[in-house]
Design a protein around this ligand. Structure first.
Ligand code: COA
Length: 337
C-alpha cells in the first residue's frame, strides 16, 4: 500500500507587484531586494479575497486533473480536507478547511486546519497520509494557502518586501502500489521537527489571546508579523542543511539519487548557503522565489505543481521537500513521484 500524490494545482492572485513598484511606496529598491533575497515580484490578493478563496481555486485546479470537465464532481470523492495556513480567514474558527469544504459543495467530509507556519505543508502531508493509511479514508485534499500580505506591516521594509500570496494543493490517495523496494511509490519518509524556544524570533504579535486588541485601542499598523531576520536566517540555513542530511541518512541514499528538491523559499541565499555546505548543484532545487516571494504554506505545493506541469518530474523520480519557518519548525518529505 502506498500513499501517492495523484493530482496537483495552484493559484496566485492576479495582481503582481514588482520590486520597483514597492520602491515607489517604501524606502527600498530592486537591487537591494534581488541581491539580498532573490525576489523580483510577488502576487497580492484582491481586497475581496481571503485565504479560503485562494485555497479553493488551487483545490479546483488539482481536482481538474482528475475530472477536467467537472472538478466539483471529483470533490465528492474526497474523504478528508487539510489546509495548512498562517493567515486563516478568521482567528480560531471556522477553519479555512471548513470554508473550502462548503465552497466545494461537500456536506460532511472532515476538514481541519494545521498550523506549522512555513513548514505547514510538510507537516500536513505527513498528517493526511497517516489519516488515510490507518482509517477507512482513501483520498485527501491537502492545501497550503496564505495571504501574508494582509498581516504584514507595510511600513517595515525589513519584512514587507519578503512575502506574497498564493495557494497550492495536492490530492493524496491510498493505492495498491508498493511503499518499499525498487518499485516503491508515494510518500516514503517524513521527518518533522520543532524548536519552540525560538518562538519569539518569528511571530504574529497581536490579535491572539496572548495580546488581544483592546476596546478603545487605536490600531496604527496594518499587520503584526515580527521577524528577527538575522536569527531566522541562521536557523534556516542550519535547519535546511540538517534536514537534507537527515532525510538522506534515514533512507540510506545519496543526494545523486534525488531528482529534485522542492524547497520552502524564503530567501534564495538560504538555499544557496545550504547547497554550498552540502555540495549540491543549485539546479537540483526547483526555485520560483523570483516570481512569488515567500508565500509561506503555499511555497512548496505551488513549486511542486509548477515543476510537475513544466515536465520537471518523471514518474519514479525521488523528490524531496524541505520546509522551515515560525514556531520554529522544520521538516521534509521524501516522495517517489
Ligand atoms: N530595502 C533596502 N534596504 C533594506 C531593506 C529593504 N527592503 N531591508 C533592510 N534594509 C537595510 C537595513 O536597514 C540595513 O541598513 P543599515 O545597515 O543601514 O542598518 C541593511 O539593509 C542590512 O539589513 P539586514 O537586516 O542586516 O539585512 P540582511 O542581509 O540580514 O537581510 C533579510 C535581511 C530579512 C533578507 C535576511 O535576514 C533574511 O532573509 N532572514 C531570514 C528570513 C526568513 O527566512 N524568513 C522567513 C522564514 S519562513
Amino acid at each position: 500500500m502506498a500513499i501517492e500524490i495523484i493530482a496537483t494545482g495552484h493559484y496566485v492572485p492576479e495582481k503582481r507587484v514588482t520590486n520597483d513598484e514597492l520602491s515607489w511606496v517604501i524606502d527600498t529598491n530592486d537591487e537591494w531586494i534581488r541581491s539580498h533575497t532573490g525576489i523580483g515580484a510577488r502576487h497580492v490578493a484582491a481586497d475581496d479575497q481571503a485565504t479560503s478563496d485562494l485555497a479553493y481555486n488551487a483545490a479546483v485546479e488539482a481536482l481538474r486533473q482528475l475530472s477536467p470537465e467537472n472538478p466539483l464532481e471529483a470533490a465528492e470523492t474526497l474523504d478528508l480536507i487539510v489546509v495548512c495556513t498562517s493567515s486563516p480567514d478568521f482567528v480560531g474558527f471556522p477553519s479555512v478547511a471548513c470554508v473550502v469544504q462548503d465552497k466545494l459543495g461537500l456536506k460532511s467530509t472532515p476538514a481541519f486546519d494545521l498550523i506549522a507556519a512555513c513548514t505547514g505543508f510538510v507537516y500536513a502531508l505527513d498528517a493526511a497520509a497517516a489519516m488515510i493509511q490507518t482509517g477507512s479514508r482513501k483520498r485527501a485534499l491537502v492545501v497550503g494557502a496564505d495571504v501574508l500580505t494582509r498581516i504584514t506591516d507595510w511600513s517595515d521594509r525589513g519584512t514587507c518586501v519578503l512575502f506574497g500570496d498564493a495557494a497550492g494543493a495536492v490530492i493524496l490517495e491510498r493505492t495498491d502500489a508498493p511503499s518499499a523496494g525498487p518499485e516503491r511509490r508515494g510518500l516514503v519518509q517524513s521527518i518533522l521537527h520543532a524548536e519552540g524556544s525560538g518562538a519569539n524570533e518569528l511571530m504574529c504579535t497581536r490579535g491572539g489571546t496572548r495580546n488581544p486588541f483592546k476596546k478603545g485601542e487605536i490600531v496604527d499598523k496594518t499587520g503584526y508579523l515580527y521577524m528577527n531576520g538575522r536569527a531566522v536566517y541562521t536557523f534556516a540555513v542550519k535547519a535546511f542543511t540538517d534536514m537534507i542530511r537527515e532525510l538522506l541518512d534515514a533512507d540510506g541514499i545519496s543526494i545523486d539519487q534525488v531528482a529534485k528538491i522542492i524547497p520552502h523559499q524564503a530567501n534564495e541565499r538560504i538555499i544557496q548557503a545550504a547547497a554550498k555546505r552540502l555540495g549540491i548543484e543549485e539546479s537540483k532545487f526547483y526555485l520560483n522565489i523570483a516570481q512569488y516571494a515567500n508565500t509561506s504554506n503555499a511555497t512548496i505545493p505551488v513549486a511542486l505543481d509548477e515543476c510537475a506541469r513544466s515536465g520537471g518530474l518523471t514518474k519514479g523520480d525521488l523528490i524531496m521537500t524541505v520546509g522551515f519557518g515560525g514556531g520554529l519548525t522544520y521538516g521534509g518529505n521524501l516522495i517517489v513521484w
